[in-house]
Design a binder for this molecule. Structure first.
Ligand code: HEC
Ligand code: HEC
Length: 362
């Protein structure tokens, strides 16, 4: 994967319709002039964000995004015609599903992992899924599409079903020279997913010095605490390093249930240091995306903070960054620390993202 400078990225063409939500910028920060092309779009990089990952084999086009969005919301992509990607990735919940382990797939069986949020995926440079088991969005979609407990389709069946629909033939031909293929199904989904950018929370407006960007004393105290205690992993403007850490949820990894998922990234790399390590989720929109963690074990943010304060288990692979209690595991947060952190986390809720009509079903 190749990273390019954001300016170059901006010079890739993009449509005016997307991400113009930050137009009410005041002060000296001006949004760059959008370059418009009917066939090719990129994504507009928010002023406070780093450069995204670029996939040269799958440039974003307006037609590709439209197709991807249509596919994302279409239950015809599943065996029984009832399950779409959005069954488990609901926009108002930051594209998570509100339950610990969902049973919304075609089999009705409980899944072995919690549905993560889908936010700022154009910046995810170290793989997808809680354990990073999928390298890129161009292959990730085949997981849910074919999994018996998710959408349950064979690729043959999927191609047949979409080919039978003349509307899809046209959408595919508009988006890709070679029309309807398996690869293009995933490519279109990937293009749509990369447009799911959340960058207009009150916190963002504060950082960019825009109208509506005020944080009160409690929220500012929370911001400082998050920077001091959490940002080694929930780092930068993305509030994640997109890397893998053991944040001390468990100290035994011998449980073979749930497809060995408790082993975390070890399941993929077989490196002992990866036992119990999971991909850091973003803190953006976290106040609307409970329950929390790879198995949805914490139902509320209070439980999460209790975990970080007193509940961090000292396993061999538990991140040393979490030893902030006189050398012992845990961050030792006071009640007023927790209150401030929660107040700050609320400022990361981005209503423009949660209700953006460009991201919704039709
Ligand atoms: C039945 C529920 C279900 C359906 C349907 C479903 N997903 Fe998911 N999705 C999940 C779960 C659970 C995970 C976490 C799996 C893991 O990490 O092992 C996930 C993970 C993901 C991720 C990884 C995000 C990250 O941060 O690494 C992406 C991207 C994604 N899904 C996209 C899709 C797309 C696209 C579709 C439709 C083709 C889809 N999902 C259909 C439940 C679902
Ligand atoms: C050592 C790195 C690290 C530090 C430091 C850290 N976290 Fe995390 N955090 C993670 C990882 C990794 C996960 C996912 C773990 C899992 O699912 O098993 C996570 C999960 C979370 C979640 C759940 C999000 C979701 O979508 O499920 C929240 C909320 C959270 N952390 C908040 C915090 C806060 C607040 C702090 C500081 C008080 C903090 N974290 C410090 C690595 C860290």
């Amino acid at each position: 994967m190749l990273k390019i400078h954001s300016l170059q990225w901006l010079l890739m063409l993009f449509a005016g319709g997307l991400f113009m939500a930050s137009c009410d910028i005041i002060g000296d920060v001006n949004p760059p002039e959008p370059l418009y092309s009917p066939t090719l779009i990129g994504i507009q990089v928010p002023a406070n964000f780093p450069s995204p990952v670029v996939m040269p084999d799958n440039p974003i086009s307006k037609e590709g995004v439209l197709l991807g969005r249509t596919l994302f919301y279409d239950p015809e992509l599943s065996l029984d015609g009832k399950v779409s990607c959005s069954s488990c990735h609901n926009q108002e919940l930051a594209f998570s599903d509100g339950v610990s382990l969902g049973n919304f797939g075609v089999s009705g069986k409980e899944l072995v992992r919690h549905s993560p949020t889908l936010i700022n995926m154009a910046w995810m440079d170290q793989g997808f899924f809680w354990d990073g088991g999928s390298k890129n969005l161009e292959s990730q979609a085949f997981g849910p599409l074919t999994h018996a407990d998710e959408m349950g389709m064979s690729l043959d069946n999927l191609e047949k079903r979409l080919t039978a629909d003349p509307e899809y033939s046209e959408l595919f031909l508009n988006a890709f020279e070679d029309g309807l293929t398996f690869q293009n199904i995933a490519k279109a989904l990937a293009q749509f997913e990369r447009t799911l950018i959340s960058s207009n929370s009150r916190y963002d407006k504060y950082v960019r010095n825009e109208r509506g960007g005020n944080l009160n004393d409690l929220e500012l105290k929370g911001l400082n605490l998050v920077q001091e205690k959490c940002s080694s992993c929930h780092s930068g403007e993305l509030f994640t390093d997109n890397a893998f850490h053991n944040n001390g949820l468990d100290n035994s990894f011998t449980d073979e249930s749930h497809e060995l998922s408790y082993q975390g990234r070890y399941r993929i790399t077989f490196e002992l240091e990866d036992l119990g390590a999971f991909k850091t989720p973003t803190l953006r929109n976290t106040m609307v995306s409970a329950p929390y963690m790879h198995d949805g074990r914490f139902s509320g943010i209070e439980e999460v903070l209790e975990h970080y304060s007193e509940g961090v288990k000292a396993a061999k692979t538990t991140s040393r960054l979490l030893y902030q209690n006189n050398g012992k595991a845990g961050l030792a947060l006071s009640d007023s620390d927790k209150e401030a952190i929660i107040a700050f986390l609320h400022t990361l809720t981005d209503e423009e993202f949660l209700y953006n009509p460009d991201f919704s079903g039709f």
